[in-house]
Design a protein around this ligand. Structure first.
Ligand SMILES: [Zn+2]
Length: 343
């Protein structure tokens, strides 16, 4: 198993080198002049874009007075270049396809075809499925603990010591998938930051949970001692990304580090423990490691729709189901043990 992680580390490193390089697509002179021309005139060839109609030297050229609100103008100003880049990219890709060439990246991203204005429809679809799966998992976990399993007689609270912590996990996971849906729907600065920040927060929290559960940290003070430095680290990282520098390379390193660390913890714990559901844990951890390789092995979108990232999102759907199933088993297992102890 350690070999597997070594491989994923090296793949991650080679991927980082790729990320740091400028994209081939947007450095092409034809593409550059197409975008420049389009932003100036609002048209490519015979096609003109609504988003670009309001601008000529930064002053609105037509449209009624109410449409000249600053916010509206800002939106248009920001949307015209994105529209131009998108259509110039499609044109370039069509030319490349006719020459029998492989797709290339533009501004660090693969060329995706929009469907009803949705930028990456397959990633949106799979993100929605993940969100729904987490909601189902969390809801069934909630019902199990608060309505099906016996409660402590003195305070009517669940016996399971990690109940509250897994509730927080469920909320953070649903939050992360919600912003993933929004980001893949439309990739702009704000949605990208919200998606990345939520994902890092979730990953950091999962890392804390892996330590707390695998080492059976049940004492409140000890939990705070473990969580505080990690929360401080993750918070600083998120603030750095949002308010100082949005560094993809650094973020990738932080995510791979936290991701691999928690996988190692779960796998080692899964190997040592006599937990009745350890097989589910193995499947989830090995599956997550393989899914991570998929994310790191970054191939272009098939037919402009399905890329490695979308497949990664698809792979996490069954893993999410199994993960919540493991958590429910864990709650049952701990509750039975604790009741036995009380008796
Ligand atoms: Zn995504």
């Amino acid at each position: 198993m350690p070999n597997c992680f070594l491989i994923s580390f090296f793949v991650a490193l080679s991927y980082l080198v790729g990320v740091l390089n400028a994209s081939i697509g947007d450095s092409n002179p034809h593409y550059k002049s197409c975008v420049e021309q389009c932003e100036k005139t609002g048209c490519i060839g015979g096609r003109c874009f609504q988003q670009c109609r309001f601008f000529s030297d930064g002053v609105s050229v037509d449209g009624p007075q109410y449409m000249q609100e600053p916010l509206y103008l800002q939106w248009k100003q920001f949307d015209c270049p994105s529209e131009c880049k998108y259509h110039c990219m499609l044109d370039r890709e069509k030319e490349r396809e006719m020459l029998g060439l492989e797709p290339v990246k533009y501004h660090g991203k693969w060329p995706f075809k929009r469907v009803f204005g949705i930028q990456e429809p397959t990633s949106v679809l799979f993100s929605v499925c993940n969100l729904a799966m987490h909601f189902y998992g969390w809801l069934s976990f909630f019902i199990l603990l608060h309505y099906k399993l016996p409660l402590r007689p003195k305070d009517r609270k669940p016996y399971y010591e990690y109940t509250g912590l897994w509730h927080v996990y469920g909320i953070l996971a649903m939050n992360a998938w919600f912003w993933s849906v929004v980001f893949h729907f439309r990739d702009v600065d704000l949605t990208e930051k919200l998606d990345y920040s939520s994902a890092v927060a979730l990953l950091g929290y999962c890392f804390i949970m892996s330590i707390l559960r695998a080492f059976s940290v049940r004492d409140e003070a000890a939990r705070v001692m473990v969580a505080a430095p990690l929360i401080a680290f993750v918070t600083t990282h998120i603030l750095y990304l949002n308010f100082y520098k949005f560094d993809y390379g650094l973020n990738m390193k932080v995510c791979v580090l936290m991701g691999v660390a928690q996988l190692v913890i779960w796998i080692v714990w899964g190997g040592l423990t006599r937990h009745p559901s350890r097989r589910k844990l193995w499947v989830v951890t090995v599956g997550s490691a393989l899914a991570m390789l998929l994310e790191l092995y970054d191939f272009p979108p098939y037919k402009g729709f399905i890329d490695a990232h979308a497949l990664w999102h698809a792979a996490t759907i069954p893993l999410t189901y199994l993960w919540w199933s493991f958590l429910k088993d864990d709650a049952k297992f701990r509750t039975t043990n604790l009741i036995k102890k009380v008796k």
